[in-house]
Design a protein around this ligand. Structure first.
Ligand SMILES: Nc1nc2c(ncn2[C@@H]2O[C@H](COP(=O)(O)OP(=O)(O)OP(=O)(O)O)[C@@H](O)[C@H]2O)c(=O)[nH]1
Ligand SMILES: [Mg+2]
Length: 233
């Protein structure tokens, strides 16, 4: 297997829909999920580049792993649930610090998922020819008042720039990097991932020019001292 050229990591609280977004994009479906344990990745070929996309666990007990997954990341997708205000606050309080290990020019996308559930959001089978199970209202879950507005995500994006000491003029505009999605209907899911793929290509090229990649090499490095397996113990 060819080594990935770049890495994108999904972070966010449990239940916001990280696994569902990734499965919607990679497998074109919305299957039942179980809460993620540890992390897992998909490989996506984009043009001539191999990009790994890492799904992480939102559960508190796996929190310590987050910064390891972010090491050398070219982009991080900070995911929240538009119907659950706390999930946006958690991004700043609990997840942003995990990105300290990411690439110096790491891109940040902020993604409000589950818009299909909110009163103002697109329904099943929404605007983009989504892949939902049927028309809105037929067997659909009751709509909820939306708790997080796009401006709140833009405000978080600006806080991230401050935290990273980045100048707004050197990075993509907030409006370009904040998305509202539905893993259920497919709303904006392709747009999210493909916008990011296009943006990480220059990051990958810069990383290459700067020398050896900082990504974690999971192959055993050096002779194991008295251990019999390739495990990282
Ligand atoms: N209606 C609706 N439900 C969604 C959407 N995305 C995910 N869900 C549901 O939300 C629940 C959690 O989704 P997951 O994708 O497992 O969430 P997660 O962020 O990966 O959670 P952890 O792995 O625990 O961190 C599941 O029941 C999904 O079916 C969405 O866009 N709309
Ligand atoms: Mg998951």
């Amino acid at each position: 297997m060819r080594k990935p050229d770049g890495k994108i990591v999904l972070l966010g609280d449990m239940n916001v829909g990280k696994t569902s977004l990734l499965q919607r994009y990679m497998e074109r479906r919305f299957p039942d999920t179980v809460s993620t344990v540890g992390g897992a990745f998909y490989l996506k070929q984009w043009r001539s580049y191999n990009i790994s996309i890492w799904d992480t666990a939102g559960r508190e007990q796996f929190h310590g792993l987050g910064s390891m997954y972010c090491r050398g990341a070219a982009a991080v997708i900070l995911t929240y649930d538009v119907n659950h205000a706390q999930s946006l606050l958690e991004l700043e309080d609990r997840f942003l610090g995990l990105t300290d290990t990411a690439s110096a020019d790491c891109l940040f996308a902020i993604v409000g998922n589950k818009v299909d559930l909110s009163e103002e959001g697109p329904g099943d089978g929404g605007q983009d020819g989504g892949h939902g199970p049927g028309p809105a209202g037929v067997g659909a879950a009751p709509r909820l008042p939306k708790q997080v507005q796009p401006e709140d995500a833009v405000a978080l994006y600006k806080k991230i720039l401050k935290y990273k000491m980045l100048d707004e003029k050197d990075v993509p505009a907030a409006e370009q990097m904040c998305f509202e999605t539905s893993a259920k209907t497919g709303h904006n899911v392709d747009l999210l991932f493909e916008t990011l793929f296009d943006m990480v290509v220059p990051v990958i090229l810069r990383q290459r020019a700067q020398g050896p990649p900082q990504t974690v090499d999971i192959a055993p490095c050096g002779p194991p001292a008295r251990t019999r397996s390739g495990c990282c113990a």
